[in-house]
Design a binder for this molecule. Sequence first.
Ligand code: SAH
Ligand code: SF4
Length: 397
Amino acid sequence: MSASAPITQDVLTIPRKPAADAEGRVNLVGLNRAGLRAALIEAGTPEKQAKMRTGQIWQWIYYWGVREFDAMTNLSKAYRADLAERFVIALPEVVSRHVSDDGTRKYLVRIAGGHEVEVVYIPETDRGTLCISSQVGCTLTCSFCHTGTQKLVRNLTPSEIVGQIMVARDDLGEWPEPGVGSGEAGPRLLSNIVLMGMGEPLYNFEAVRDAMNIAMDGEGISLSRRRITLSTSGVVPEIARTAEEIGCMLAVSFHATTDEVRNGLVPINKRWPIAELLDALKAYPKLSNSERITFEYVMLKGVNDSDEDARRLVSLIKGIPAKINLIPFNEWPGAPYERSEWSRIRAFADIIHKAGYASPIRTPRGEDIMAACGQLKSATERARKSRAEIAAEAGLS
Ligand code: SAH
Ligand code: SF4
């Protein structure tokens, strides 16, 4: 394929080169089916059997949550031993776990290189949402975001992204018990995923796509695409691809109604301003009547929270099936903004609501353990961006 060939579904089946541990064993977590199949063949599995073996091992890993090859009882003992010599089923290591007064759980997980990533589980009456990260740090510098003050350290691998989900399922005890049943009878504890932790998911597209395709696979974790929401700051060229190759719900960090204000809050706006972003969102396929794009809007006192802003927001999104998620600003030490007053947030919500849009105000959760949106920041990564770097990145040259 030439470098300029258009992106097609074929891309999905190109196996990645899997990473090996110190003993040369390859971690199977995070490989897509084609990648798993290729790894098994390379390890000596006859080609004729490879498809069946891939399906069996896939189910053990993602449906049953098994970590030892020896537990894979539908494979021969000799084959299990072979697999154990060459492969591992490894997740990020959980370094700490905090449970907030409101039930929110925050996990700090360690990934290769010693980096740490935060994962947050938010229980609600009718669902349980896991907020996962796609990068350590972020290249972007949204001025109200704690992650934005931290340099990008690296992209997460598919294994590390899907691993965050598996670690949380371990903690919640949400794998079916072999021989007991599928665990599908009751509501799921972990029923929804939001890519709203650290990082810009659309700047790590392939890894996010592969990880989400694993999470959606019907013979494994089996989360519906409608229960996965990817939040982007507005990487316009990747938005259509998100619909085609992942098909999940989309949330957009909108946060302002004029380019002038948005440039200051979400600097990527200088590259793809509001009008271009809205065009891309209008083209995001509306797959069913209930599906809407979420417009995230952080409420910053005196910056973006006037009645005029609310009215402008309504007129900007006209024609887009949308709901507006108002996020009271989560303060962090040294933040240059304040949260809008509750009366202001309610007045803003009221204007949007009267225009016919759902406008839930996101209740801050887990604030006591610094687990709220936009507060996630790795404890070990203290490198701060310099003013010059922030300015250069804001120019997005
Ligand atoms: N990088 C992606 C996803 C991660 S942030 C994005 O920007 O969309 C998830 C949401 O939290 C975004 O809407 C982000 O703008 C918002 N956010 C960031 N910092 C925040 C803060 N301090 N208070 C409230 N929301 C914040
Ligand atoms: Fe990065 Fe999103 Fe934070 Fe902006 S809001 S700095 S894109 S994580």
